[in-house]
Design a protein around this ligand. Structure first.
Ligand code: NAD
Ligand code: UD1
Length: 309
């Protein structure tokens, strides 16, 4: 692998800061480009001389080009991660979630950096049947601007692969959870919100009947695979699902939470969110073939770590 720092866009966020720690532990230097819209300086070991933070927007092409200079590889994670935010404000989220990707592709082409991993999403598949696990060839049916921006980004990475020899590794993350996932907004990841409210004894609202399912992955398990994608000598074509092929209902997740914290606060059920996916479960054969996926962190352990128990 070429020398030079790994550029992590969105590196001050939840997944990006864990990836930063993992890359530092393997001896890489890291340069982060983040506008700190949901990310935080406090997520980063900024006293480590191998970490550099550039505060700014991936929608700013000149800034992305500057940040790319001298880098060995890129992890493109910067995005508005909330599906619901894209439903409410598609124009704003498109700037980060698509224009940011195009700027990363162009800056790579201009600077000759080849390897990039991209945080796409299970959201590109839209709805699937209950109990059905989806492989990467399942027809794509994005239901929201968020999912459309992720799918369009995938197509652009593929174009730059064919036309300009970029080496994209596209991951479709299912639902990632763990420490540093910010619970402070109603748009935050459901486990971060429910755990914080359970810990503080505040009421919990489930949108819908709580029977919707997600394939939850503890963040450290994901990060292990992301580091492999940066370091692999060769990359294969085609996106890779990251999930455990396990469907957990929100009600089951709440039971697991209750087992960690004891009694839960009152739970109410409100209307389902528009654009919300009902069932989501990864067929992960391709992941298992291409990467060594670590042993699964069980939800009981992941939740206990998240809650500091
Ligand atoms: P996060 O909100 O913690 O991280 C996103 C980071 O990007 C933040 O640090 C934020 O400040 C930064 N950012 C946002 N817009 C930016 C912009 N215009 N310019 C520069 N920085 C910007 O969320 P996360 O859960 O860590 O998500 C990381 C990536 O993984 C995102 O691309 C998200 O879509 C994707 N993803 C996450 C999940 C999940 O379950 N958490 C699942 C699928 C895909
Ligand atoms: C999440 C990620 C998204 C990713 C996708 C991949 C976040 C914020 N979103 O979207 O980036 O691409 O997984 O699968 O990380 N819910 C409640 N009550 C709440 C909050 C949420 O019932 O207070 C419900 C939602 O309606 C939904 C489920 O919990 O049915 C999961 O919601 P959320 O954590 O926002 O995740 P996704 O929409 O799946």
């Amino acid at each position: 692998m070429a020398k030079g720092p790994v550029l992590i866009t969105g590196g001050a966020g939840f997944i990006g800061s864990h990836l930063t720690d993992a890359l530092l532990a393997k001896g890489h230097a890291v340069r982060i480009l983040d506008d700190l819209s949901t990310g935080k300086r406090s997520n980063l070991p900024l006293d480590n001389p191998a970490v550099e933070l550039i505060e700014g927007d991936v929608a700013d092409a000149a800034l992305v080009a500057r940040a790319m200079t001298g880098c060995s590889a890129v992890a493109h994670l910067a995005a508005v991660a909330s599906v619901q935010a894209s439903v409410d404000d598609p124009v704003r989220t498109h700037q980060s979630n698509f224009i940011g990707t195009l700027n990363v592709c162009e800056a790579m082409r201009q600077s000759g950096v080849k390897r990039v991993l991209f945080a796409s999403s299970a959201a590109v598949y839209g709805n699937n049947g209950e109990g059905q696990s989806i492989d990467e060839d399942t027809p794509k049916a994005p239901l929201t601007p968020y999912a459309s921006d992720k799918l369009a980004s995938e197509f652009y990475f593929d174009f730059y692969r064919r036309q300009h020899d970029l080496e994209p590794v596209v991951f479709r993350f299912f639902n990632i959870y763990g420490p540093r996932q910010d619970p402070s907004s109603p748009y935050s990841g459901v486990i971060s919100i429910f755990s914080e409210r359970a810990q503080k004894g505040l009421p919990i609202t489930v949108f819908g009947d709580g029977e919707q399912t997600r394939d939850f992955v503890y963040v450290e398990d994901l990060v292990d695979v992301l580091v492999q994608a940066i370091e692999k000598p060769e990359v294969e074509v085609g996106a890779v699902n990251v999930g455990w092929n396990q469907a957990t209902t929100l009600k089951q997740m709440l039971q697991a939470l209750a087992a960690v914290v004891g009694d839960l606060p009152p739970i109410s059920y409100g209307p389902a969110r528009s654009g919300d996916i009902r069932h989501s479960r990864a067929d992960n054969q391709r992941l298992l073939q291409r990467f060594s996926f670590p042993p699964q962190t069980p939800m009981s352990v992941g939740l206990a770590r998240l809650l500091g128990r």
